[in-house]
Every structure is written in C-alpha cells, then in structure tokens.
Design a protein around this ligand. Structure first.
Ligand SMILES: Cc1cc2nc3c(=O)[nH]c(=O)nc-3n(C[C@H](O)[C@H](O)[C@H](O)COP(=O)(O)OP(=O)(O)OC[C@H]3O[C@@H](n4cnc5c(N)ncnc54)[C@H](O)[C@@H]3O)c2cc1C
Length: 428
C-alpha cells in the first residue's frame, strides 16, 4: 500500500449530514480536514423523507437562515388512520418555523459547501475501502492501494457501516435493527401544491398515515410537500416486513400513490425520482454504545442515532448534532494531548448530556411498541368504524361508547386493548 505523503488532522468518511457537520466544525477551528464521499456530489447517495428540524442545524451551521435550501416550513401536521377507503385524521396548524421540507441532496450539498468555505477539503467519487488499523489504532483510510493518514478518522458512513464491519468493530447489521424507507418524488406545480393541500406561499404539510394504506407492511406512510413536488413513501420495519412482503417494495409505493384516498393529489403529477434506503431501528439495549476507539469516532446513522416515534422522525438533525459532538470530542482530545481512546471517550459524555441520547433513552420503548401489529390494522379499523357510526348513521346515532364497543367487537379484546394502551402511554 502506497502512502500519500500528507497527513491530515482529521479524515471524515461520508458527506451526509453527520460527516459534513463534523468536518465543518473542525475546519472552522483550523484543523486540517479531509471529507471523503463516494457519491458523484455530496448528497447524491443520501435518501430521506423530507422534513428536518431546524434548530440543531442552526446551532451548528453559521448562516443557516440566510442560505440553507429550505423548501417549505412545516406549519401543517396531519396524522391519519386509514382502513379501506375510510380515513380519520388529526390536523394541527400553527405558523411556527420549527421544521422544514427539503431535498436531502440539496441540503447535503449545501453542508459540504460550508465545509469548503471553512477551509476543509471535500473529495467526491472516492470510495473508502477500509479503515487502516496499525497496532490497534486507526491511523487513516485505504482508497484502492493508497493510504491517506490522519490523527483521527470520523466514520459517518451511514447505516450500512461496512467499514466498521470490515474492521471487526461492529457485527453485521441485523434485519431487526433496520427499517426500510422507500419513496417517490412527484412533481407538481407550486400553485397545485398550495391549492391541493391548503397551504400559503412557503407553508408545508407533513402527513403521516398508518393502517392498511401500507399494504399490510408494518410501518407507516408519509407525504411531505416540497416547493414544487411531493415526497411520498413508506418506512417499514425490515425484520417484520420480509415475513409478509409478497411483491417488490416499489409496488407498495406505487399502490400508495394510486390509493383512492391519495390518487386525487397526483393526477397531474409526474414521478421524478424513486429511491430506497435503510433506516436505523435500534431498540435501546441493542444501540451500539461504544462509539470511539483509538483514532476513531462514529457519528450519525452509522452510530444508530435516529429517533422514530411515528409522528416524529429525527434522523438528519440527530446526525448533524452527533457529528458536531464528535468534532467537539476531537477538539477536547487535541487539548488533552492526542486521539487516544481515553481522550476521545469524552464523546460518549457529550452525547449522553445532549438531547440526542436523552431523547433516545426517554423513548427507548418506542421501537418495541411499533412491533405491535394491531397498531397498523386493528386500531385504524376500530377508529374508522366509530366515525362511520357517528357520522353515517342516518336515523339513530349511537352514543360514543356504544359505537366504540360495537367497533371493537370481534377485533380486539379488553385485555389486549388495555395492555396496548399502557404500552403506548409508556412508549410515547
Ligand atoms: C426513506 C427515508 C425517510 C427518511 N425521512 C427522514 C425525515 O423525514 N427526517 C429526518 O430527519 N430523517 C429522515 N430519514 C433519516 C435520515 O435520512 C438519516 O438519519 C440521515 O441521512 C443520516 O445521516 P448520516 O450522515 O449519518 O448518513 P447518510 O445520510 O447515509 O450519509 C452517509 C454518507 O456516507 C457516504 N459513504 C458511505 N460509505 C462510504 C465509503 N466507504 N466511502 C465514502 N463515502 C461513503 C454515503 O455515500 C453517504 O453520502 C429518512 C431516511 C429514509 C431512508
């Protein structure tokens, strides 16, 4: 293996939200930073649904409000339970600028430009083959037959974390620790979006759906309005989904687009893009806790740091923040005299004290709750049956409790119902 005759302070693998945030934070502090990305441009390999919570990004990236590629601020939230062609929805509308829709490609590209502005080097179309480990310490990366050296490597390679696996640092990713996200981006005009979804100029809608709209797959569907397109897709639990999937996953997204309740929105639409990607779905005890070693830190999806509550999905901001904290840990280790495992262990403390770990701990039961099949089939049916009786009974309207008892009859017993209720209250 040839060695490139230049040593960086920090090499960051992966120009996704985690990697760019780490590289940007360190480049601004004067560290010699190399950010390596296998995609043609930063963001070209990244996939997400469409909504990002802004504050963590604002905290990390200077000039966020002036130049970040925000499509629409999400002012309208809708959660729907679907069974057959019936749908019960809860809608919340408030003109607050807390989260926004965008294309991850644009956002990741913007972040990588910030890295360059801060003095970091960004190399694209370079696939890192291996972490170089010498005498138990990560000393750089291997690309083809060349070694590029650094004091520390920040691994932000995303959920597949093949480099960590090849280095024997983590076991192979298990199906039950991953979700599968698939989506289509459908082009509509800006005006069509605003008319169809009742939105003003830069307002956006985040619409989450559960029930048989996923075609029987355990998970949920999402719809986000971008500036002049809609992101429509599914996130399903991979471990469970492989047991019940009968067709290629793209057919499920197609069925979603053609669903009688949704089809009206896309009649004039043109499909621009289809993509699929894995999502971390760790339960708390299985979360990879050890995120540092001699010369190495791990951030973002590679570290399993994502929160999926169904109604709230936090991947990008968690990735950005963990990248930022990894950078802070490098700064600290530098002050302490070097990138040893002991000095870098401060990363764990920084994470523990941050909202990222506090939230993951608080919602540690959420992944288990989502394994409950009744959430996706029985309860949407019960809710819609109650609504049907309350609103479509032409002569005699039942009392709410009477309608509920009828609706649950033959679908779920009291014991399971109470057990599920407790589980939901404990989890979210
Ligand atoms: C369908 C779907 C919907 C989602 N919806 C949302 C949402 O609405 N909101 C939200 O906040 N999050 C969402 N997420 C999650 C979010 O996309 C991720 O949590 C986030 O992108 C993680 O960032 P990351 O930087 O850790 O990893 P990634 O974004 O995966 O970036 C990793 C980067 O590393 C590069 N890379 C990997 N291996 C190598 C290598 N060997 N050499 C060089 N480069 C390499 C990849 O090309 C990639 O650019 C969604 C995910 C999916 C799949």
């Amino acid at each position: 293996m040839k060695e490139v005759g230049y040593k960086f302070d920090v090499i960051v693998v992966g120009a996704g939200p985690a990697g760019s945030s780490a590289a940007y934070t360190l480049a601004r502090k004067g560290f010699k930073v190399l950010l390596v990305e296998r995609g043609r441009i930063p963001g070209s390999k990244n996939v997400f649904g469409g909504r990002v919570y802004a504050d963590p990004l604002r905290e990390v990236f200077d000039g966020f409000d002036d130049s970040a590629p925000v499509h629409r601020w999400v002012t309208k939230e809708r959660i729907s339970m679907v069974s057959g062609e019936a749908m019960t929805s809860l809608e919340f509308h408030e003109r607050k600028r807390t989260s926004f829709t965008t294309y991850l490609t644009e956002l990741a590209n913007w972040m990588a430009r910030k890295v360059e502005e801060a003095g970091g080097i960004v190399l694209t179309e370079i696939t890192v083959d291996e972490l170089v480990i010498e005498r138990g310490r990560v000393t750089g990366i291997r690309v083809g037959d060349e070694k590029i050296s650094s004091e520390v490597v920040i691994d932000a390679e995303g959920i597949n974390r093949l480099l960590l696996e090849r280095a024997g640092l983590v076991p192979k990713l298990e199906l039950r620790h991953a979700g599968l996200g698939v989506k289509e981006v459908i082009k509509l005009s800006k005006k069509e979006i605003e008319d169809l979804f009742g939105l003003e100029e830069d307002e956006g809608l985040a619409w989450l759906m559960m029930g048989d709209i996923t075609g029987g797959l355990p998970g949920g569907a999402f719809l986000y309005t971008n500036r002049d397109s809609v992101s429509l897709g599914l996130v399903v639990m991979l471990g469970e989904a492989v047991k019940v999937t009968r067709e290629h996953i793209s057919r499920y997204v197609e069925a979603l687009r053609l669903h009688p309740l949704l089809e009206r929105y896309f009649r004039n639409g043109r499909i621009m893009e289809y993509s699929a990607h894995l999502v971390p779905e760790y339960t708390w005890p299985s979360l990879p806790h050890r995120l540092y070693a001699d010369g190495l830190l791990v951030a973002g999806d590679a570290a399993g740091l994502l929160l999926n509550l169904g109604y709230n999905f936090r991947g990008v901001d968690y990735a950005v923040y963990s990248g930022y904290l990894a950078a802070k840990a490098v700064e600290k280790a530098h002050e302490l005299g070097g990138m040893t495992s002991e000095n870098l262990s401060v990363y764990e403390r920084l994470l523990e004290e941050s909202f990222v770990m506090r939230q993951l701990r608080k919602f540690r039961n959420a992944p288990r709750m989502r394994e409950n099949g009744r959430l996706y089939s029985t309860y949407p049916e019960v809710v819609n049956s109650v609504m049907d009786q309350l609103f479509h009974s032409t002569y005699e309207v039942p009392k709410v409790m009477e309608a509920f008892k009828r609706a649950k009859e033959g679908r779920v017993g009291w014991l399971d119902l109470i057990r599920d209720l407790i589980e939901v209250v404990r989890s979210v």
